[in-house]
Write a protein that binds this ligand. Structure first.
Ligand code: DON
Length: 451
């Protein structure tokens, strides 16, 4: 058994004995869930799936649908319009609390029922059927397979959902919800009644953790900034009135639901889901909360814990004296290069350049490039990626060097800096040897002209 599965199995086998919590019974259909059901699934950023326990039985997604429908509304309407209609502050109250912003009637956030009902109503559609179909299709894209509805749970919700109806009428009275209340609430109930397996939820969580690209299907479901926003609201509001304690102890964006589903997203690492129907007093699955608390500690997943990666970004700083191009030169040219080759500085970097790594590289440029105008080879051949902000930082530093009359050659297999400046004040090369040869040629030309 692989070590990831072994961890899940160990947690499953041990926590299966936890008997705390109550199965939700305010929706009659949910009360029939087996309290012993317990399944866990984890999906990595490469789309590999690991699981333990009861993973076959479908259950209704319930409130775990909320961040995904929020992401859909954000994609369709943009953040400004969505923020005008739904806040992003933790309510500190139960999921079905009647708490609206004084004055505007705007619900606190999209993770509590009031906010989720407004969010559902925001999804643009020709009619309620179309709206639900768009929601179902979106959740299916997150899961990577076509999801359907548990009609019995749906009917049970419609029959007993007076509190949600009351909430919706209050919001319409306050002006924060428009349209037909009954139809909107029915769409929300239908959304909560979408049927999933724990593995589906893990893929959905992994898609958010992966910046909006489903790691199993490879499809982009939402834009990266939308995924970031959904994760941020999950981090502050996803666990209802225990969201603060959850962020302290687990430190991951998460969302729970009354049928016992729980997802957590470890950005750029994995999505994880637990299904276990008994809930604590806040409405979160008891075994799921313990499992995630343990996993977070075991694998050091807390978002605020970012141990320095300490990988060497700048691997080599040399000059053309130590690393000449080996191009054929006349004895006269060789003599010039032996005398002046130190003016060609070669800086080699590797890995992914985010803020920390780029700051390291910029520091090396300041430290090793002499003030007197010369030639700089930046060898980025082994740089795998450079984020947009850091690329702009690097671009600005290179522009300053060009202004100070340094000539710049950048060696990279990929056009890493094209997004910030194409053409920039540098000459691109496919290899470091070509870049050094070009600098030597330039140096020889300058030396000749000053003879
Ligand atoms: O609004 C309701 O009553 C449910 N259909 C969904 C609520 C839910 O899952 C809240 N989560 N803890």
């Amino acid at each position: 058994m692989d070590p990831v599965t072994a961890s899940l199995v160990e947690i499953h086998d041990r926590l299966g004995a936890v008997a705390d919590g109550e199965v939700a019974d305010y929706i009659p259909q949910l009360a029939s869930a087996d309290a012993r059901t317990f399944g866990l699934a984890l999906v990595s950023m490469s789309g590999h799936c690991y699981s333990a326990g009861d993973t076959d039985g479908p259950f209704t997604i319930q409130s775990v649908s909320k961040p995904f429908v929020y992401a859909l509304a954000l994609s369709e309407l943009g953040p400004a319009e969505v923020s005008r209609r739904v806040g992003a502050e933790p309510s500190g109250e139960a999921f079905n609390a009647i708490s609206l912003e004084p004055g505007t009637g705007r619900p606190a956030n999209p993770m509590v029922n009031a906010g989720a009902i407004v969010t559902t109503s925001l999804v643009p559609a020709a009619d309620p059927q179309d709206r639900f179909e768009r929601i179902r299709a979106c959740l299916s894209a997150f899961a990577g397979r076509s999801l359907d509805v548990d009609e019995d749970v749906y009917r049970s919700e419609v029959d007993t959902g007076d509190r949600n109806r009351a909430l919706a009428y209050l919001m319409r009275g306050a002006g924060s919800l428009s349209g037909d209340v009954d139809e909107t609430v029915r769409t929300y109930f239908r959304q909560c009644s979408i049927r999933v397996r724990v593995g589906d939820l893990a893929v959905m969580a992994a898609t958010l953790a992966n910046g909006g690209v489903n790691p199993v299907t490879g499809d982009r479901v939402i834009a990266e900034p939308v995924a970031v926003r959904a994760l941020a609201v999950m981090a502050t509001c996803g666990m209802y009135d225990t969201a603060g304690e959850w962020l302290l102890r687990v430190g991951l964006p998460a969302k729970s639901g009354v049928s016992g589903g729980l997802i957590a997203c470890s950005p750029a690492r994995f999505g994880i889901a637990v299904h276990s129907p008994p809930l604590d007093r806040a409405g979160n699955p008891v075994r799921g909360v313990i499992a995630l608390t343990e996993l977070s500690q075991r694998f050091a997943l807390h978002l605020m814990h970012q141990p320095g990666r300490h990988t060497a970004t700048v691997t080599d700083v040399t000059t053309a004296l130590d690393h000449p191009s080996y191009r054929a030169r006349t004895p006269g040219q060789r003599a010039v290069l032996d005398r002046e080759g130190h003016r060609i500085v070669v800086i080699r970097a590797q890995g992914m350049l985010e803020f920390t790594e780029t700051e390291h590289l910029l520091h090396a440029l300041r430290e090793f490039v002499p003030d007197a105008p010369g030639w700089i080879v930046l060898d980025l051949d082994r740089v795998t990626r450079i984020a947009v902000g850091p690329a702009a930082m690097l671009g600005a530093a290179l522009a300053d060097l060009a202004t100070a009359r340094h000539e710049l050659a950048i060696a990279a297999r990929e056009p890493l800096l094209d997004p910030i400046a194409d053409p920039g004040p540098w000459t691109p090369f496919r290899s470091c040897a070509e870049a050094v040869a070009w600098c030597e040629d330039r140096l020889l030309a300058v030396a000749r002209s000053s003879e």
